[in-house]
Ligand binder design. Structure first.
Ligand code: MG
Length: 261
């Protein structure tokens, strides 16, 4: 960690002093857990689950996972004693701790086109890994050779880009994949969550992917944004931390700041 990053962290945690409620927004894959080609085996890094449990027990932080996955996948992966709120599908879906669920919908004409593409990709996944989502379709090429990845990307763009022009549909680029989708992105999710908090409450967002950049932008002037990633990259985030050591360090500081009166 650079001295500059350490200063920014210290300044951020100093804002906990007045006992206000805090907001902690967390991406899951790549941020709390290492990537796995089979995403159902992506467990949090050692120590993370315990730290998150500690933050929950303090009862001072509203903690929300904001993920590209369907929201219901997160609770079994995190295995916390108390369920937490999850915004799934990059923010298009909201799953409350009590089980209530909201999902953004597309206009009928758009939905029909999307369904046709879905059927097409089920028959032919273009050499990639097709993921069928409630609000869209995703093509992954993580783990493929550079040459194969390029070919899958070209085929995917040829199918997705014309449809992205339709009302209610948008492309979402992420590392090693492309999504065609309906609804809020992570920036919209972060904004909506911030709007539900007191303006003086400490707030932070931790993420690793290109899709998290929109949330980093949304945090500007309102909270701390952290690029949590092994390698640095051009980013809108305030600081860059490396998981798992610096992630655990951050969460530990959060627990410590939250225990102050
Ligand atoms: Mg991620």
């Amino acid at each position: 960690m650079t001295p500059e990053a350490a200063d920014k962290l210290a300044a951020f945690f100093a804002t906990f002093a007045d006992g206000a409620k805090a907001l902690l927004l967390l991406d899951y894959d790549g941020t709390l857990a290492p990537f796995r080609v089979d995403r159902f085996t992506a467990r949090p890094w050692a120590g993370v689950r315990e730290q998150l449990g500690g933050i929950q027990r303090q009862g001072r932080t509203r903690m929300v996972v904001v993920t590209g996955r369907p929201a219901k996948e997160i609770a079994p992966m995190l295995a916390l004693d108390t369920p937490l709120e999850v915004w799934g599908l990059h923010g298009a879906e909201r799953l409350y701790p009590d089980g209530r669920r909201e999902l953004e919908q597309a206009p009928d004409a758009t939905q029909e086109k999307l369904d046709a593409l879905r059927q097409h990709l089920k028959r032919d996944s273009l050499g990639g890994l097709f993921e069928d989502k409630a609000n869209g379709v995703v093509m992954h090429w993580r783990g493929r050779s550079p040459r194969a990845a390029k070919l899958i990307e070209q085929r995917t763009r040829a199918l997705f880009e014309p449809l992205a022009q339709m009302e209610g549909l948008a492309l979402l680029e992420f590392e090693s994949g492309l999504e065609l989708r309906v609804g809020r992105n992570k920036g919209g999710a972060a904004k909506a969550l911030l709007a539900e908090m007191d303006t003086a409450s400490p707030a932070a967002y931790l993420g690793d992917d290109l899709t998290d950049e929109m949330a980093f932008e949304a945090m500007k002037g309102r909270g701390l944004s952290v690029l949590m990633r092994r390698q640095p990259r051009e980013t809108a985030a305030d600081i860059w931390l490396r998981p798992p050591t610096e992630l655990n360090g951050f969460l530990e500081q959060w627990v410590e700041a939250g225990s102050r009166e």
